[in-house]
Write a protein that binds this ligand. Structure first.
Ligand code: ZN
Length: 173
């Protein structure tokens, strides 16, 4: 399995119209589509993108592994009724899933309640956890359609005297 764009909204709607009964997968796609439209209207959520490192990590690991990581993070950091350090349990960097969580408002129980109607102060059901992972993966699939971000050049912390040329200059002064 590779990083691929998920079904376009029109395809999902067409499939639902032609389907005799709306199957649960299509329903979840509808609700995810709705959520992503709301997220698109939030400048704060739109700020988040994968950096060069996280992008490469997704490329190297592939969606199955990253999805497993997402499931682990959700189970450990979000699923308990009262997660540890709720509201601060999701770092801003260090794993592509963390960035995806901030981008999709699946970062803490407050955001899950506000954006995804998953009630706080009660353990998340397996279905709710699966939903959160689906949302995260949906965002990551979208991100992986973008060209690889250019790695930021590290600013040199070297002191002026560290480089031979400048050292020489210093001597001349
Ligand atoms: Zn949050």
């Amino acid at each position: 399995m590779v990083w691929q764009p998920l079904m376009a909204t029109d395809d999902v709607i067409n499939a639902a119209i032609s389907a005799p009964r709306i199957d649960p997968d299509i329903q979840i796609m509808f609700s995810i589509d709705h959520v992503f439209k709301r997220l698109a209207a939030s400048p704060f959520r739109q700020r988040f993108h994968l950096g060069a490192k996280e992008y490469r990590y997704c490329q190297d690991k592939g969606p199955e592994t990253v999805s497993q990581h997402a499931a682990d993070f959700i189970a450990k950091r979000l699923a308990p009724a009262e997660p540890e350090q709720d509201g601060k349990q999701t770092p801003m960097r260090g794993h592509p899933v963390f960035i995806a969580q901030h981008a999709t408002a699946t970062c803490c129980r407050g955001c899950l309640e506000k954006w995804h109607h998953i009630p706080a102060h009660t353990a998340m059901t397996p279905a709710q956890q699966h939903y959160a992972v689906t949302v995260i993966l949906h965002w990551l699939h979208q991100e992986m359609q973008r060209p690889a971000p250019v790695a930021k050049e590290r600013k040199s912390n070297k002191k002026i005297s560290d480089t031979p040329d400048n050292a020489q200059q210093m001597n001349l002064l």
